[in-house]
Design a protein around this ligand. Structure first.
Ligand code: ADP
Ligand code: MG
Length: 433
């Protein structure tokens, strides 16, 4: 854009100084085909629109090969209008990890259904369930199962595994480089398309549009498509309906958090695969103390193992494991529930638990309620709307208001501060129980 401005400057320096100098390209919201140009005021905006718009357009096209759609705005930069989505950083590399197989996947009631469906798809790609849609929480094995399908088939079929982010980035990149056919060639000629974490398609309309075509093309050729997401299709709110209905047309399976038994077995398996020996006692300890995110559990196993090596410990004892995990488990906010907090505060303020969540404006109760809200925010992972509802507040901003009043009091009243410190350490104690 600066280049274009310079060209216009050389054409007519006087007009440049009067009208063009202060134009800014709203880089955050512009895309390669949709330019948003900010003018300092309405007069300049109007003038630019009348006299310069076609010129800018032509120069831009000459420079980039893209015919732009130009919007001139004044004053504040407008909220985002996405036309072509910005490139996002890829959090996960899109390759098949050989270790993610059906054999290394522990099956239990929580994932039995998803496992069986994935296995059946791998055995009969394009025939049984198309698409297969696997959904579930973080670290519960979606990627593992998706990749197991890929690993099962990769020797005899053309398997393509990508995260939805990578799909999007490649799509954008190919549009930028004006090589859409490369993209089509890659994605429309595979036998098995595995797309991980499709929730990232939310709100990315162009990418969805492209994916819709890819999907149809493959589907019509009876190629297998498998998708994962953190929620079922009907809850992918920012997805265009026709894509959602495609997702819903096949088989939808969920993965639930593993039961304790399954968790224990998964930990055993991971230890075995990594050549780590942990006594049963410790495995059970980890399984009960950590929540269901298997990825996190794996991290902890590695941590215990690494610490034992560094410290030269021959035998890993329960105490050692506790020590290694202490910080982590202490950090877990899930251990504290809203009920715990209410109970504690009620005792501390000498009021009934029900009074805390009531609408009472009694000063002592209001104070207690604010403390409870503050602690709920600090020590639980409940969302603000949930906290608002729980404590009988109207909305998000009522919670912010309560926290503000709380902080004010905290600043002004040192007795209060001490009391809060005490409450916090009581909660800490509770957490490490
Ligand atoms: P998601 O994609 O659902 O966030 P992943 O598939 O990446 O989760 O799983 C996280 C880690 O947990 C991976 O290392 C995976 O191998 C492991 N894992 C999850 N479930 C199982 C299972 N049932 N058996 C063995 N390993 C599992
Ligand atoms: Mg995953």
């Amino acid at each position: 854009f600066e280049k274009i401005k310079n060209q216009l400057k050389s054409e007519n320096p006087v007009n440049y100084n009067k009208f063009l100098k202060n134009l800014i390209l709203d880089e955050d919201n512009s895309t390669s085909s949709h330019l948003i140009i900010k003018a300092p005021n309405i007069f300049i905006a109007t003038y630019i629109k009348r006299k310069y718009l076609p010129k800018i357009s032509v120069l831009y096209e000459k420079e980039t090969g893209i015919k732009p759609n130009i919007e001139i705005i004044t004053g504040k930069i407008k909220p985002k209008i996405t036309n072509i989505e910005p490139i996002q950083t890829t959090t996960q590399i899109s390759v098949l990890i050989p270790e993610y197989t059906f054999e290394s996947f522990i099956v239990g009631p929580s994932n039995q259904f998803a496992y069986t469906a994935a296995k059946s798809v791998a055995e009969n790609p394009g025939k049984n369930y198309n698409p297969l849609f696997i959904y579930g929480g973080v670290g519960l094995g979606k990627t593992h199962l998706l990749q197991a399908i890929g690993n099962y088939l990769k020797n005899r079929l053309n398997v393509l595994y990508v995260t939805s982010e990578q799909f999007m980035n490649e799509f954008i990149e190919n549009i930028r480089m004006k090589t859409p056919e490369r993209f089509h060639e890659k994605y429309r000629n595979c036998d098995v398309l595995l797309i991980d974490d499709v929730q990232f398609f939310a709100g990315k309309e162009q990418t969805q549009e492209e994916f819709f075509h890819t999907f149809n093309e493959l589907y019509n050729q009876k190629k297998q498509i498998c998708l994962t997401a953190d929620r079922p299709p009907k809850k992918l709110y920012d997805l265009v309906d026709r894509l959602r209905s495609r997702f819903e047309a096949g088989l939808i399976v969920d993965i639930q958090p593993p039961e304790l038994e399954t968790k224990i077995e998964i930990i055993r398996k991971k230890c075995e695969l990594n050549g780590i020996y942990l006594p049963d006692e410790i495995i059970e300890y980890i399984a009960t103390k950590l929540d269901s995110n298997i990825r996190e559990i794996e991290g902890m196993i590695t941590k215990i193992n690494a610490m034992s090596k560094i410290l030269g410990v021959n035998e890993i004892t329960l105490d050692f494991a506790k020590q290694a995990l202490k910080e982590h488990i202490k950090d877990k906010k899930e251990n504290i529930t809203l009920e715990d907090i209410i109970e504690l505060i009620a005792k501390e303020f000498n009021i009934k638990p029900s009074e805390i969540t009531s609408k009472s404006r009694n000063r002592n109760i209001v104070q207690a309620r604010r403390c409870a809200i503050y602690l709920a925010r600090e020590f639980t992972q409940e969302s603000t709307p949930k906290i608002a509802t729980y404590f009988g507040l109207k909305d998000h901003s009522a919670v912010s208001h309560a926290i503000k009043s709380f902080n004010k009091k905290l600043k002004e009243d040192s007795n209060f501060r001490m009391k809060i410190e005490e409450l916090k350490s009581k909660i800490q104690l509770k957490k490490s129980e």
